[in-house]
Ligand binder design. Structure first.
Ligand code: SF4
Ligand code: SF4
Length: 339
């Protein structure tokens, strides 16, 4: 997913597409995202996970039941057995709140050859034993340069984050909000700072995704969006650690119009901290504004879907047909017991 650019697909990427295609044809989602805990010591403005409608309106993430200890380990592995994903995203809440359980879960997933992406604010030290785990990528969320980040993310301040990531190889992920685009050169300053850090292999950007009708300080105006897209297209040529593919950046200009058109949403199952509740239509929950979507994963999948095999067959139409076949097979399978 991460190395795709429009019109240029490596053999490894095609292999990934074919593996995912196989899962879809047999009625499984190739991607599973798990909110591993309801807890997070931070209170970031604009955090969708703690939005009132994230879980559909009855409960919020802070109110759902969640698990600890062996019950969490067993529950996560049961989910993985049931969904048989190729890739698991571990999000929160803050996953590091459950680092003891993850010390067990991450090697178990690696032993099953599953690719895992763990997204954290690095509010506490990332355990050293995670360094050698194969197929694990750790993504640290950073909300802009130090003054803005520290104001939004205390106690996960720049000083602490830098101490907590020492010795690891990580990706930095920044969600661009309106506050950041008000200052010219902001994205480049961010890239300069993080490109110089030895622990950082890759730098990714998403754009803030609002809910339908949302009025907020984070929401980008159309003109902001155009400027960010132009900046990213230019900056990726000068900062090699900015590995957002060209096709994905271009897809920010024309996101899917609805969840039905979103290949990422349709190929990902997202489960909340009770290990039961499905979050729909995508990881944002509620009623996300697809036409203003800035999700990097969705943009990368959109770029793949718009690619045309032999210049004539859009990959997206093959996926859509395959999903119909997979849906039929899934309906014929007996429903497994809850985790
Ligand atoms: S660290 Fe992440 S989960 Fe926690 S409040 Fe901030 S955005 Fe939300
Ligand atoms: S990821 Fe973006 S485009 Fe896809 S369903 Fe969610 S908001 Fe819509």
């Amino acid at each position: 997913m991460r190395n795709l650019s429009r019109g240029c697909y490596s053999g490894r990427n095609m292999q990934g597409i074919f593996s995912a295609w196989g899962r879809i044809l047999t009625g499984y989602s190739p991607l599973l995202s798990i909110e591993i805990t309801r807890e997070c010591p931070l209170r970031c403005p604009g955090c969708y996970a703690y939005g009132d409608d994230h879980l559909g309106g009855d409960l919020t993430l802070r109110e759902v039941r969640d698990f600890k200890g062996q019950a969490l380990v067993d529950g996560v592995m049961a989910l993985v057995d049931r969904h048989r994903p190729l890739h698991v995203s571990i999000v929160g809440g803050e996953p590091l709140v459950r680092y003891r359980e993850l010390n067990t879960i991450l090697p178990l997933l690696a032993a099953r050859r599953i690719h895992v992406q763990l997204v954290t604010s690095a509010v506490r030290e990332i355990p050293g034993e995670w360094r050698g785990i194969p197929r694990l990528s750790i993504v640290v969320s950073i909300d802009g340069l130090q003054p803005e980040h520290d104001a939004r993310r205390t106690p996960a301040t720049y000083d602490r984050v830098l101490r907590h990531i020492a010795g690891h190889s990580l990706t930095v992920h920044c969600t661009v909000t309106r506050q950041q685009v008000n200052r010219p050169g902001y994205i480049e300053e961010f890239l300069r700072f993080w490109s110089a850090r030895g622990e950082i292999d890759k730098i990714w950007f998403s754009l803030y995704t609002p809910q339908l009708g949302e009025v907020s300080a984070e929401r980008l105006k159309p003109i902001d969006r155009e400027r960010v897209i132009a900046d990213l297209l230019a900056l990726r040529l000068r900062y090699p650690k900015l590995t957002v593919p060209q096709g994905a950046i271009e897809a920010y200009a024309e996101p899917p119009r609805s969840p039905d058109e979103c290949v990422f949403a349709r190929t990902t199952t997202t489960i909340s901290a009770d290990l039961t509740t499905k979050i729909t239509p995508c990881q944002f929950g509620g009623a996300p504004d697809c036409e203003n979507c800035g999700c990097l994963a969705s943009a990368a999948f959109t770029a793949v879907a718009r690619h045309q095999i032999f210049g004539i067959i859009p990959v997206g139409s093959i996926f859509t047909g395959s999903m119909k076949v997979g849906d039929r097979l899934r309906r014929m399978r007996p429903e497994p017991a809850p985790a």
